[in-house]
Design a protein around this ligand. Structure first.
Ligand code: FAD
Ligand code: SF4
Ligand code: SF4
Ligand code: SF4
Ligand code: SF4
Ligand code: SF4
Ligand code: SF4
Length: 673
């Protein structure tokens, strides 16, 4: 790669966008356009109402031809929105699409300086001057085409991950479905009924779980976690840790030569196991043994040993007998699979609501969370579907529901966002107690009811008609009568404008949700960003809600932000469709923002090798000396090596040192004042 020199005679065209009044409302377009025309190398400066429209793009195409342009600058919105649009126009005009530079005069200017027209106009001129300086030095670049592995991975097997895996598999793509717990199903398998239709959650989920299990294009990897990720879109090498389950599947038994062996789910081992632990699936409200399944409908129906509590007494081995399914010495296994694209569907956890002590969770026996309510009201739950007060086993007649518990909370303790499904499931819970407990009265303490989905508002009216009592106001605190264990909910009724104090037998906190525990580690492995509150960040909230800024990695379900089951499934289908496109195309083009080694300048010191976060650099022998080599497909163009190399031997394509210096000079030296 030769070092690139300044273009002989740069001929730059500048196009200033009004964006209706979005930009023109605060930036003086005429003044900016005239200023742009006066800049060195600019041969044409024009403006248009909507540059991204067809006439706007045609203006660029024609100007390139008419003025024999060598570079194009569009002063408009964020490149995140329209860089591809204008690159295409640049290409249509006959230029290399990377001869294009965008000056953001909307998001970074007119929108933030709405009432400062003079300053906004001056800032727009600065942005254009800087962009022109870079555009004058832009080079032809050529994206690299790489083949795409015809396989995908979905991480997390809740309803979102299962749907995504099924869609991919049904499109003929081999799909690895990785789930950290011993069974698929996620949170939905903990729910009793689902709003607003009140279908039994397990009844609609189990067929999907079975479909996943039976689909021959899905390789189900339960009790497995992602350990490491290397590579890039089309070629991710993902290392997985299959945690030691202590129990062999029939296939694993066969591989060990045990004919007709492996776990058949008979449960004989459970009866003899002496170790009893709380069952996390039942949120600790029911016991489980050291060898266990979460619930009777688990998929796959294979038992798991919790080696943290197992005392290796061997009783289960004897009980298992000829099936020889138990291996107490089993070790974790590492395996690496190659996939073209990845979908993250890691879901959510419940916010630890005991951090808000004013509501007494974990302090008062009869204060529970909504998820605990789901298990208590569920026929397959710890009480066989009988809602009881934890303190005395009595049936509660007056139940208080505290909405927005830890959500919409700007105190710094809770979560600032709306958890989106708790209004609706609390209405569902109110209906369930009215239906199951004759004479029961639900008291719903709410800030406002958010019933935005299809048939949701109608469901809200129905619960009102059924006799639920709605009190508008945030609950200040809850006190317990130490003798009766009854609870007093203290709030302000903001509709009546007076304090209320309601005595109830039980309180259900609609606790906020937060990203699941492993999300942070997993997203870092895949290089995916997150928003301030930890939810995984989509590439664009409106135009690319399933994609991420890491090419080839997509999002499905609550890991991207709270959403109910219909929205989770819809997003999963979108993510599966997006993830299948590169696989079906068979090849993808990588942005050509690679580092390049200027071999004559490279001293072969090797210092940059370990700095590269993507293992894209290696020293090679060339003409009797060591020089740096960049594996372009691995390079993400982060610039770390370019900024570091003491000899200036790394050339960052599209962000080369002369281009950046020209921008800085244009900013510092080229201003009006
Ligand atoms: P999850 O169900 O959380 O699944 C994520 C999966 O990923 C889990 O299996 C998890 O173990 C796995 N995982 C996490 N991290 C990793 C990792 N690093 N590696 C591998 N696997 C990982 N919605 C409705 O529409 N109707 C209702 O009636 C309803 N009732 C609700 C009641 C309550 C009390 C609550 C809390 C929620 C309710 N919801 C309801 C919302 C519903 O639970 C969610 O919309 C749905 O479960 C989201 O599915 P998901 O696949 O995105 O996430
Ligand atoms: Fe608005 Fe951007 Fe389109 Fe211009 S190019 S009209 S700024 S969206
Ligand atoms: Fe599986 Fe053996 Fe236990 Fe039966 S006894 S559930 S086959 S491990
Ligand atoms: Fe239970 Fe472990 Fe003993 Fe098996 S070996 S019975 S799992 S304690
Ligand atoms: Fe509050 Fe309803 Fe939003 Fe949940 S969904 S945080 S209860 S407003
Ligand atoms: Fe070559 Fe610079 Fe890397 Fe040293 S730091 S090996 S000089 S590219
Ligand atoms: Fe590695 Fe350099 Fe590419 Fe960054 S720019 S990914 S450090 S080779």
């Amino acid at each position: 790669m030769a070092e690139v020199k300044k273009n002989e005679e740069p001929r730059i065209g500048v196009f200033v966008c009004h964006c209706g009044t979005n930009i023109a409302g605060s930036v003086n377009i005429q003044e900016v356009k005239d200023y742009a025309a006066s800049l060195p190398n600019v041969v044409v400066s024009n403006d248009y109402q909507y540059m991204c429209s067809t006439p706007g793009q045609n203006m660029i195409v024609e100007a390139i031809k008419e003025h024999n342009l060598s570079g194009v600058v569009v002063a408009a919105c964020s490149p995140r929105l329209h860089e591809p649009t204008f690159r295409n126009a640049t290409k249509t005009g006959g230029l290399n699409p990377f001869r294009f530079e965008m000056a953001n005069i909307r998001e970074q200017n007119s929108w933030v300086h709405m009432h400062q027209p003079e300053e906004a106009t001056k800032k727009a001129k600065d942005a254009i001057r800087i962009a022109v300086a870079k555009a004058s030095l832009l080079q032809d670049l050529h994206p690299k085409s790489v083949p795409v592995e015809k396989a995908a991975m979905v991480v997390g097997a809740g309803v979102g991950g299962m749907q995504a895996a099924l869609d991919l598999a049904n499109a003929g793509i081999k799909t690895y479905l990785v789930e950290k717990t011993p069974t698929i199903g996620g949170r939905m398998s903990q729910l009793d009924k689902t709003f607003p239709t009140l279908d039994c959650s397990q009844c609609i989920l189990t067929p999907k779980m079975v479909d996943v299990y039976r689909n021959e294009n899905i390789e189900l990897l339960t009790y497995t976690e992602v350990e490491g990720v290397e590579g890039y879109i089309g070629n991710f090498d993902v290392t997985l840790r299959k945690k030691a389950r202590g129990v062999l599947t029939p296939d694993e038994a066969e591989a060990r030569g045990i004919v007709g062996g492996g776990c058949n789910g008979c449960g004989d081992c459970v009866d003899v196991c002496p170790v009893i632990k709380p069952n996390p699936f039942e949120l600790g409200m029911a016991p489980r043994k050291a060898i266990y399944i979460y619930h009777p409908q688990v998929v796959p129906l294979i038992y798991t040993i919790d080696f943290d509590s197992c005392v290796k007494c061997g009783l289960c081995v004897d009980a298992c007998g000829d099936k020889k399914a138990i291996d107490l010495e089993m070790q974790d296994e590492l395996m690496t699979v190659k996939v073209g694209t990845v979908i993250l569907a890691t879901g959510y956890d419940i916010f630890p609501i005991e951090k808000k002590p004013e509501w007494g969770y974990k302090n008062y026996d009869n204060v529970i969370t909504s998820l605990e309510f789901e298990r208590l009201i569920c026929a397959s739950g710890p009480t066989g579907g009988k809602l009881i007060r934890p303190s005395d086993g009595a049936t509660p007649k007056r139940v208080g529901f505290v909405l927005c518990a830890g959500s919409r909370d700007n105190t710094g303790v809770g979560r600032p966002y709306c958890s989106r499904f708790c209004c609706m499931y609390s209405l569902k819970h109110a209906h369930q107690i009215i239906e199951k407990i004759p004479g029961a009265v639900p008291y719903i303490f709410y800030m406002d009811i958010r019933s935005f989905g299809k048939m949701y508002e109608e469901f809200y009216y129905r619960i009102q008609d059924e006799g639920a009592k709605f009190i508008r106001g945030r609950v200040a605190n809850i006190l317990e009568d130490p003798e009766t264990k009854n609870l007093y909910i203290k709030a302000e009724d903001t509709l009546l404008g007076r304090p209320v104090d309601v005595e109830v037998d039980m309180v259900v906190l609609a606790a906020a949700v937060q990203p699941s525990a492993e999300t942070e580690r997993t997203r870092r492995l895949f290089g995916v960003s997150c928003s301030q509150d930890g939810w995984l960040l989509e590439a664009h909230p409106k135009l690319n809600p399933c994609g991420t800024t890491t090419a080839g990695v997509y999002l499905a379900g609550v890991c991207q932000g709270p959403k109910d089951i219909p929205d989770t499934v819809a997003q999963a289908e979108g993510a599966a469709s997006a993830a299948s496109i590169p696989i079906h195309k068979g090849a993808v083009e990588l942005e050509p923002y690679f580092a390049q080694c200027i071999e004559e300048k490279c001293a072969g010191c090797g210092l940059c090798v370990n700095l590269c976060p993507y293992q894209a650099l290696s020293l090679v022998e060339k003409n009797g000396r060591k020089v740096m080599q960049v594996t372009e497909a691995k390079c993400k163009g982060c610039g770390t090596c370019g900024g570091f190399c003491p000899g200036g031997a790394i050339w960052m394509q599209h962000f080369a040192t002369p281009q950046i210096i020209a921008q800085i000079d244009a900013f510092l030296l080229g201003g009006e004042e």
